[in-house]
Design a protein around this ligand. Structure first.
Ligand code: MN
Ligand code: MN
Length: 300
């Protein structure tokens, strides 16, 4: 495939994911169901010619990442909630991964939200070919720390390759001493997380998201057929029961987890129950100055 063809697919996936993110964030209000927001975001991506790179993550307050509403999810946003919307679209494997944070009905977390957003946007000003990855982390840490908050050190951005959401490089949220440089044609997700807690996450309960990790036959033909379907539909990308076209999906996924073919993602929960804000862009390292691909029609 030509480099230009690849970048066109990447750009389309990026813009669709960004528009979906903005739609989702605009819907977050007191009394609205998280499930309705997830379905709107995912519906937007699919109806605009892309596929889901993962289920829409809607993580609230001290939960930093990895929650998606279940099929009958009753979660409703409350005044004072700090809500992260993290969504991804792909076109033939080319991924746009993007996130933003909104607070429901209050202004208590305005500065925390801004610190994560400013950290991301500071990085956008200099990220490009030959940029050492620890300098990205240092800029994130400095921007967040200057506002009196902490970056989450054990959550990172990541390199993205076709059909591989977390490939190769990790992009730190502090100076981890890794001086490896970004190279031309890499795709990178930069995702600062800021908190008023201690700046570390621990694993929580399962947040409904899983991923195929092994391909191996199972005895039950019914389960094998389900496995074949999800392998075909989601490939290596994260998914959840809600996105499977099968009303026994939850039970079947549990069985596949027990068989070791599917792995479940634990929630990432701030260690001190601090509140967490996150912003994320996907960037194409096209030249010295990189191209932000997850800009929406409105340009942010
Ligand atoms: Mn993301
Ligand atoms: Mn990401």
């Amino acid at each position: 495939m030509l480099e230009s063809e690849k970048s066109e697919k990447l750009r389309k996936a990026g813009m669709v994911s960004a528009n979906a993110r903005e739609r989702g964030m605009a819907m977050v209000k007191e009394g609205v169901k998280a499930l309705d927001v997830a379905e709107e975001v995912e519906g937007y991506i699919v109806s605009h010619g892309c596929k889901l790179a993962f289920p829409c993550n809607i993580s609230i307050n001290e939960i930093a990442a990895h929650y998606t509403p279940s099929i009958n999810d009753k979660t409703v946003f409350k005044t004072g909630d700090l809500v992260k919307i993290d969504c991804g679209a792909h076109l033939d494997g080319f991924v746009g991964d993007t996130a933003g944070t909104v607070e429901v009905g209050t202004n208590r977390f305005r500065e925390l939200i801004e610190s994560a957003k400013d950290a991301r946007d500071t990085v956008m000003e200099f990220i490009g070919e030959n940029c050492p990855i620890n300098e990205i982390g240092a800029a994130v840490d400095m921007t967040i720390s200057n506002k009196g908050y902490r970056p989450i050190k054990n959550l990172t951005g990541h390199q993205i390759e076709p059909y591989n959401l977390h490939a190769g490089l990790c992009i730190p949220n502090y100076d981890n001493g890794d001086t490896e440089k970004l190279r031309k044609n890499m795709v990178i997700a930069c995702e600062p997380f800021a908190t008023n807690g201690v700046g570390m996450v621990v694993g929580g309960r399962w947040g409904n998201i899983c991923r195929i990790i092994r391909d191996h036959p199972v005895d039950d033909p019914n389960l094998q057929a389900f496995f074949n379907d999800i392998k075909d539909k989601f490939k290596t990308f994260p998914f959840c029961a809600r996105l499977c076209d099968d009303n026994m999906a939850s039970q079947k996924i549990s069985k596949l987890i027990r068989h070791g073919l599917v792995s479940s993602y634990a929630l990432c929960v701030e260690q001190n129950k601090g509140y967490v804000a996150q912003f994320e862009h996907t960037i194409y390292i096209s030249e010295k100055k990189a191209e932000i691909i997850t800009l929406c029609d409105g340009g942010y």
